[in-house]
Ligand binder design. Structure first.
Ligand code: NAG
Ligand code: NAG
Ligand code: NAG
Ligand code: NAG
Ligand code: NAG
Ligand code: NAG
Ligand code: NAG
Ligand code: NAG
Length: 712
C-alpha cells in the first residue's frame, strides 16, 4: 500500500515538470542555480482578481497599510520590541525614567539609509553597526541597541544595497557581512563593481564576468521584457551584496550570483519569520512619461517605495500599491490584458537595488557640475557592456529602470503615468531627496522617531552632507504631501545655514518639542563628519569610487565607528553622555503616549539642550572640534590604480581629465542615441558588420555606416 505512494517531493517535481509544458503556469518556483535565473516568468496564470486584486487602491484622505505589513509590525512590536527596549534601556532609571510608566507604549522607530554609492553603503553599514547591540563597543557606549528597537528601515541607492545585503544574508553581524567571516564572503569591494579584474576590459576574467552578466540580462530580454543599463548594473551589485558569490567563484558561472533571489520572498527568510528585522522599504524616483529629463526631477514626480509586499506610492498623486510577486505585469484599470500571461520573478533583489541606484540619466548629464560620474575606466567598462547589450538584447529607455506599468488607468489626470505603458524608475536621489524619508513619514505608519545615517555627499569636492536632502524633503512634505504624510520638523532653511550652525557635521535631534497634537516625528541625524582628533578623513570618498582596498574599507569602518560613538563634542574626547542622550531621544515620544504625560527627566532635558535644534537659538559651527580636517585622504593610494584614484580625487580640479570625461561620455551618449534610433532598421545590417571580438563601443563609422545610419 505504502509503496505505491510516490514521495510528496517527487510528486511536486513531476507537477512542476508538467507545468513547464503547459502554456501558462501557476507561480513557478524560481531556482537560484544559474545566472539565467534572472529571467522573469512571463506566462504565469494570474490570480483571480475578482477575489485577489493585484492593485490596492488607497484612499489618499484616509490611507491604510497592507494588512501583512500591519501584522508584521504589530507582531514585532508586541513580542520582540519590549524585550529589546529593556535590553537597551534596562529599567530606564539611568535616564531618569521608570520605563513601566509608559505602559508598553514604546515609540515607533524607523531608520533611513541614504544614497551615495559604495561610500554611502559603507557609511550606512558602519552607522548601523554603531547602534547595534551585537557590537560590544557600541553596546558599552550606550548607542548599541537602537537598531534592535527599529520597526522600519528604508534604503535608497547605496543605502538599499546595505538593506538588501543584510536581509538576503539573514541579518548577520555587520562586520562579518562587510569583511567576511562565519561563512560570509564579505562585500569584496576591492573587486571593482564594473571592472573586477582591473582596468583592462580585455582580460579573460573581465570578459568572463561581462559574459555572465550579459547572459543574465539576455535571459530577461529573451523572456520579452525590455532591459536597460540598469540590468547589468543590478547584476554587478548582486555579486557583492547578495550571497552566492565568493572570491573563488567570482569569475565563474558556477553559481547564480544572486540571480533568482526575489524581493517578494523576504517574508520567507528565517529572520523575517522570527520577526527579527525591521520592515524594509526601498525608494526610487520616477521620470514622468514623456519627459526625457536628465536633470533634477520636479518635486511633483511620484516617489515609489518597494516593500517585500508591494511596489507603489503613498503620494496622493498615486496612492496605490501593486502586489510585488506579480510586478512586471502590465495592468490596465487594474486588470491584466491576458489572465494567463502574468509576470513573476521580475522583482529580482539585484534589480530592486539597481532600480533604486539607477543614476545613469544623471551620470550622462552634462548640464550639472556634478558631471563627475563614473571614472573613465568604469565608463569604458559600462559602455562596453552597453554596446554588447544593445546589439543582442531587447532594450528600451537605456538610462532608466524599466518597469511595465501596473497603474495604467489609475487616477487619470492626477497621476502622471496613468497612460504610460512603462514606468521609468530612477535613482532615489534624482529629486534631491537623497535620504529615503518618504515612506517613514506616511501618516498611516505612525513613525515617531526617524534615525538617519546621513552619508550624502553634498558639499562639492569634499563629499560631506549639507542638509540638502532635509530641506528638499521638508519642501515636498509641507506642500504636496500634507494630506498623506507627517510634516517635517523645523530645520535650518538653507544648506549654508546647516553648515554655519555645524548641524551638518555632528549628531543632532530635530523636532524635540512638537506642538500638540504632534505633527512630526523626532529626527535623529547621524551625519558623516571628519575625525575629531584631526587625523585624515578616509570616509568622504567620492560617490563614484567603485573600488575600495580592504585596508581603506577597514579604516573607514573604524573611523566612522569612533566618530559615531563620540557624539557631539568640541574636542577630541567623546561626549560621555552621548549614549544616554541617544536613548533619551529614542524614548522621548513615549512620554506623550500616556495620560498624564510623563515630564521629561532632568538628565534628558540636559541632553536635549545639547543635541536639539532650537530655531530660536541655533548652535554655531565654532562649537565643532577645531582640529577637524575636511579633505578626503585616500589611505591606500598604492592599493588602487594610481591614475584612477588620482582622477577621482581631483575630478573637479583636473580640467583636462574632466574634458576627457565629458568627451568620452558625449561619445557614449551620442553613440547610444544613434544606436537606439537606428537599431530597428539597421539591426541586421549592422550585425553582419560586427566583428565578434569587437570590444569597445565604437563610433558609427566603425560599423560601416555613416553618421545618419545609412550604409556606406
Ligand atoms: C565593533 O565594531 C567595530 C567597528 O567595526 C570593530 O572594530 C569591533 O571589532 C567590533 N567589536 C566587536 C566586539 O565585534
Ligand atoms: C542565500 O540566500 C538565499 C535566500 O535569501 C537562501 O535561500 C540561501 O540559503 C542563501 N545561501 C547561502 C549560501 O547562504
Ligand atoms: C559564463 O557564461 C557566459 C555565457 O555563456 C559566457 O559568456 C562566459 O564566458 C561564461 N563564463 C565562464 C567563466 O565560463
Ligand atoms: C499577491 O497575490 C497572491 C495571489 O493572489 C496572494 O497570495 C498574495 O498574498 C499577494 N501578496 C500580497 C503582498 O498581497
Ligand atoms: C494569453 O497568454 C497565453 C500564455 O502566454 C497565450 O497562450 C494566449 O494565446 C494568450 N491569449 C491571448 C488572447 O492573447
Ligand atoms: C490618457 O488617455 C485618455 C484616454 O485615452 C485621454 O483622454 C487622456 O487625455 C490621456 N491623458 C494624458 C495625460 O495623456
Ligand atoms: C549643498 O549640496 C548641494 C548638493 O546636494 C550642492 O549643489 C550645493 O552646492 C551645496 N551647497 C553648499 C553651500 O555646500
Ligand atoms: C558663530 O560664531 C562666530 C564666532 O564665534 C560668529 O562670528 C558668528 O557670527 C556665529 N554665527 C552664528 C550663525 O551665530
Amino acid at each position: 500500500m505504502q509503496r505505491r505512494l510516490l514521495p510528496p517531493c517527487l510528486i511536486a517535481l513531476i507537477l512542476l515538470q508538467i507545468s513547464q509544458f503547459t502554456h501558462s503556469q501557476r507561480l513557478p518556483i524560481i531556482q537560484q542555480r544559474a545566472v539565467t535565473d534572472y529571467a522573469p516568468f512571463v506566462n504565469v496564470e494570474c490570480p483571480d482578481i475578482s477575489t485577489n486584486p493585484l492593485i490596492r487602491q488607497i484612499d489618499p484622505e484616509d490611507q491604510d497599510l497592507h494588512r501583512d505589513e500591519v501584522a508584521y509590525v504589530e507582531a514585532r512590536a508586541t513580542t520582540v520590541l519590549p524585550t529589546e527596549w529593556a535590553n537597551w534601556l534596562s529599567d530606564g532609571s539611568a535616564l531618569g525614567y521608570d520605563l513601566s510608566a509608559f505602559e508598553g507604549n514604546f515609540p515607533k522607530v524607523g531608520i533611513a539609509l541614504p544614497g551615495g554609492g559604495l561610500r554611502a553603503a559603507q557609511f550606512g553599514a558602519a552607522c548601523l553597526n554603531a547602534i547595534d547591540s551585537r557590537n560590544d563597543t557600541a553596546k558599552a557606549a550606550g548607542t548599541g541597541g537602537l537598531l534592535q528597537v527599529a520597526s522600519y528601515i528604508t534604503g535608497l541607492s547605496g543605502g538599499s544595497w546595505v538593506t538588501g545585503s543584510l536581509l538576503f544574508n539573514e541579518w548577520p553581524n555587520i562586520n562579518d557581512l562587510v569583511f567576511g567571516n562565519n561563512g560570509l564572503s564579505g562585500w569584496m569591494l576591492d573587486l571593482s563593481l564594473v571592472l573586477p579584474d582591473g582596468n583592462n576590459i580585455l582580460t579573460q576574467a573581465n570578459q568572463d564576468y561581462f559574459g555572465s552578466i550579459l547572459w543574465s540580462v539576455k535571459a530577461k530580454g529573451d523572456a520579452g521584457i525590455d532591459t536597460s543599463l540598469t540590468d547589468p548594473w543590478s547584476r554587478m551589485i548582486s555579486y557583492h551584496f547578495l550571497n552566492h558569490t565568493s572570491r573563488g567563484d567570482f569569475f565563474t558561472n558556477d553559481t547564480s550570483h544572486g540571480a533568482g533571489q526575489l524581493w517578494s520572498k523576504i517574508p520567507e527568510l528565517r529572520v523575517f519569520k522570527e520577526l527579527q528585522v525591521p520592515f524594509p522599504m526601498i525608494v526610487a524616483n520616477s521620470r514622468p512619461s514623456g519627459s526625457t529629463s536628465d536633470g533634477i526631477l520636479e518635486l511633483e514626480a511620484v516617489v515609489y517605495e518597494i516593500t517585500p509586499l508591494e511596489i507603489g506610492s503613498y503620494d496622493p498623486m498615486l496612492s496605490a500599491g501593486m502586489n510585488l510577486t506579480y510586478a512586471g505585469t502590465r495592468l490596465n484599470n487594474m486588470r491584466p490584458d491576458n489572465g494567463s500571461a502574468c509576470v513573476a520573478g521580475f522583482d529580482q533583489a539585484g534589480f530592486i537595488m539597481g532600480t533604486s541606484a539607477s543614476l545613469f540619466n544623471q551620470g550622462l548629464d552634462f548640464g550639472r557640475t556634478a558631471i563627475g560620474g563614473f571614472s573613465q575606466n568604469d565608463a569604458t567598462g559600462l559602455s562596453h557592456i552597453a554596446g554588447r547589450q544593445l546589439r543582442d538584447i531587447r532594450t528600451r529607455g537605456d538610462d532608466v529602470a524599466n518597469w511595465p506599468n501596473p497603474f495604467q488607468g489609475i487616477r487619470s489626470g492626477l497621476y502622471h503615468d496613468s497612460n504610460a505603458t512603462w514606468l521609468e524608475l530612477l535613482d532615489g536621489s534624482s529629486n534631491q531627496e537623497n535620504i529615503p524619508y518618504g515612506p517613514l513619514f506616511v501618516k498611516a505608519r505612525g513613525v515617531d522617531v526617524v534615525v538617519v545615517a546621513e552619508g550624502s555627499a553634498d558639499i562639492p569636492g569634499l563629499n560631506w552632507p549639507n542638509g540638502t536632502a532635509f530641506i528638499t524633503t521638508k519642501a515636498r512634505h509641507d506642500s504636496l504631501l500634507r494630506v498623506t504624510h507627517q510634516k517635517f520638523p523645523p530645520i535650518p532653511t538653507t544648506a549654508q545655514d546647516f553648515i554655519d550652525t555645524g548641524l551638518n557635521a555632528r549628531p543632532a535631534f530635530f523636532g524635540c518639542d512638537p506642538p500638540q497634537p504632534i505633527e512630526y516625528p523626532i529626527v535623529i541625524s547621524l551625519p558623516n563628519a571628519p575625525p575629531n582628533d584631526g587625523s585624515d578623513s578616509v570616509a568622504n570618498s567620492p560617490t563614484f569610487q567603485l573600488r575600495y582596498t580592504i585596508k581603506h574599507s577597514r579604516m573607514l569602518f573604524d573611523q566612522i565607528h569612533r566618530n559615531l560613538l563620540s557624539g557631539f563634542t568640541s574636542s577630541a574626547d567623546p561626549d560621555p553622555e552621548w549614549g544616554i542622550c541617544l536613548q533619551c531621544a529614542a524614548i522621548d515620544r513615549a512620554r506623550f503616549k500616556v495620560t498624564p504625560e510623563v515630564p521629561r527627566s532632568e538628565r534628558c532635558t540636559a541632553c536635549f539642550r545639547r543635541y536639539c535644534y532650537d530655531p530660536q537659538s541655533p548652535p554655531n559651527k565654532s562649537q565643532l572640534p577645531p582640529k577637524r580636517k575636511l579633505a578626503f585622504v585616500d589611505p591606500d593610494p598604492q592599493g588602487l590604480d594610481r591614475l584612477g584614484s588620482f582622477l577621482s580625487r581631483n575630478k573637479f580640479g583636473l580640467v583636462g581629465g574632466l574634458i576627457g570625461l565629458v568627451a568620452f561620455i558625449a561619445l557614449f551618449v551620442f553613440g547610444l542615441m544613434w544606436w537606439k534610433k537606428r537599431r530597428e532598421q539597421k539591426y541586421q545590417a549592422v550585425r553582419d558588420q560586427l566583428d565578434d571580438n569587437e570590444t569597445l563601443f565604437l563610433a558609427p563609422s566603425s560599423y560601416g555606416l555613416d553618421d545618419f545610419g545609412t550604409k556606406k
